[in-house]
Ligand binder design. Structure first.
Ligand code: PLP
Length: 398
C-alpha cells in the first residue's frame, strides 16, 4: 500500500514560496540576502483597513459567517466591479474565498473534468498548471513571445483550440511578466471565445497596479455575452498589501458560483470573518494609499528596468503592470564560474543566491527558462544593492 495518493505524489510545493523560505533561512543565519523573490507588497496594510478589522474583533464579529462571504462584502465587491469595470453582478454571482489562489482552486474543481483542455499562455503564474491538473484536466501551455510583450496572439490561440478546449486563462496584468492586454487585444480574444465556445478565466488580481496611464480592461466587460462566459478571479492581497489576510473573490455565472460555494462548504467553509470586514473597507473605503503604493512601485520599475537593460547581454521588457520584471539572462547560459556551469534559469538562480546573496525565482517555474523573475516590491536601497550584486556576479562568469 502506498502512503500517498498519486495526486499528492505528483505535486511539488510552490517554488516561489520555496525560494523565499531559503532566503529567509540564510537571513536567519546572519547572511544579508536581498530578496527579489516575494510576490507581495513590502508596504503595511493601510491603517483604515486595519482599523476595520480591529473594530470587527471588538464588536465580537468572530463567528462563522455564510460560507461564500457576508452580504456586506459581496455588496462591496459588486460596487467595485460596477465602479471600475461597469460590470453588473448579483450577489448570487459572487463568491468570497480564502485568497485568490483558493478562488481559482475552487473554480478549477467546479468546472474541469478529465479530458478538458485548459489553455495557459506562458509565462504563467506558477499555480495554474498544478491546480488545473489537480482537477484532472490537461494544461495546454502556449509559449508567448518576448517580442509580442508575452501576450498570446489570436493565431497562437486558434492553433491550439480543439473540441476539448474548456477554458483560456488570461492574467492581465501578468505575473511574472507585468504585461497586460489592451482592450483591442481582448476584443479579438473575446471574438474567438464566443465563436469557438470556451470559457475565459480572467485573473485580475493586479488590476490596480498599472503604470503610465495604462487603462485596464476586463474581458468580461466587452459584452453581455462575454460577461456570461468569463469567470473573474480577483482578490485584495496585492492592491491593498493584504497578502496575509487571505481574501479572494470570484465573479461568474450563478451556476458556477453555486457549485464553487458547495465545494467551499465541504472544505474550508467561510473565509475569516475579521478579514472579510477589513476587505469591505479595502474595496469601498478611501483609496489614496493604493495610489501612493502604485506610484512607489512605478519609480522602482523605471529604475530596475533601466539598470537591467544596461547590463551586458541582458534584455528586459518594460512591464505595464504588477510588480515584477522578467529579464532574459539566457545569453549567460553556457558560461561558468569556478567550474560550475550555468545551464539554465534554476542554476543561475542558485548561483545568484550563493554567490551574490540575491534571491530571484527561476523563469522555468513560470514556463520560460531564458528568464528570471524579480519582484520589485522591495525598498529602492535593496533594489540598487541587489542589482549591483547581480551585475558583479554576472561579470564573474566566463
Ligand atoms: N493570481 C496571481 C496571478 C497571483 O500572482 C497570485 C498571488 O501570487 C494570486 C492569484 C493569488 O493571490 P492570493 O491567494 O494571495 O489572493
Amino acid at each position: 500500500m502506498s502512503v500517498l495518493s498519486n495526486r499528492a505524489k505528483g505535486l511539488r510545493s510552490s517554488p516561489t514560496l520555496a525560494i523565499n523560505a531559503k532566503a529567509k533561512s540564510m537571513q536567519a543565519q546572519g547572511v544579508h540576502v536581498i530578496s527579489f523573490g516575494a510576490g507581495e507588497p513590502d508596504f503595511d496594510t493601510p491603517k483604515n483597513i486595519k482599523e476595520a478589522a480591529k473594530k470587527a474583533i471588538d464588536e465580537g464579529f468572530t463567528k462563522y459567517t455564510p460560507v461564500g462571504g457576508i452580504d456586506e462584502l459581496k455588496e462591496a465587491i459588486i460596487k467595485k466591479f460596477q465602479r471600475d469595470s461597469a460590470l453588473t453582478y448579483k450577489r448570487s454571482e459572487i463568491l468570497v474565498s480564502c485568497g485568490g489562489k483558493h478562488s481559482f482552486y475552487n473554480l478549477a474543481q467546479a468546472i474541469f473534468d478529465q479530458g478538458d483542455e485548459v489553455i495557459i499562455p506562458a509565462p504563467y503564474w506558477v499555480s495554474y498548471p498544478p491546480m488545473v491538473a489537480l482537477a484532472n484536466a490537461t494544461p495546454v501551455i502556449v509559449e508567448t513571445k518576448e517580442t509580442n510583450e508575452f501576450k498570446i496572439t489570436p493565431r497562437e490561440l486558434e492553433e491550439v483550440l480543439t473540441p476539448k478546449t474548456k477554458a483560456l486563462i488570461i492574467n492581465s496584468p501578468c505575473n511574472p511578466t507585468g504585461s497586460a492586454y489592451t482592450r483591442k487585444e481582448l476584443e479579438k480574444i473575446a471574438d474567438i471565445a464566443i465563436s469557438r465556445n470556451f470559457f475565459v478565466i480572467s485573473d485580475e488580481i493586479y488590476e490596480k497596479i498599472v503604470y503610465d496611464g495604462f487603462e485596464f480592461t476586463s474581458i468580461a466587460s466587452l459584452s453581455e455575452e462575454m460577461r456570461k462566459r468569463t469567470i473573474i478571479v480577483h482578490g485584495v492581497a496585492k492592491t491593498y498589501a493584504m497578502t496575509g489576510w487571505r481574501i479572494g473573490y470570484t465573479a461568474g455565472s450563478e451556476e458556477i458560483i453555486s457549485a464553487m460555494n458547495n465545494i467551499q462548504s465541504q472544505s474550508t467553509s467561510n473565509p475569516t470573518s475579521i478579514a472579510q470586514k477589513a476587505a469591505v473597507e479595502a474595496l469601498i473605503g478611501q483609496q489614496n494609499e493604493v495610489e501612493k503604493m502604485v506610484s512607489a512601485f512605478g519609480q522602482r520599475r523605471n529604475y530596475i528596468v533601466d539598470r537591467l537593460n544596461q547590463i551586458d547581454e541582458v534584455s528586459c521588457y518594460k512591464p505595464v503592470g504588477a510588480f515584477y520584471v522578467f529579464p532574459n539572462f539566457s545569453r549567460y547560459y553556457g558560461k561558468s564560474y569556478k567550474g560550475k556551469k550555468i545551464g539554465d534559469s534554476t542554476v543561475l538562480a542558485e548561483y545568484f543566491l550563493d554567490v551574490a546573496r540575491v534571491a530571484v525565482v527561476p523563469g522555468v517555474e513560470f514556463g520560460a527558462d531564458p528568464f528570471e523573475r524579480l519582484s520589485y516590491a522591495t525598498s529602492m536601497e535593496d533594489i540598487m544593492e541587489g542589482l549591483n550584486r547581480i551585475e558583479e556576479a554576472l561579470n564573474k562568469l566566463a
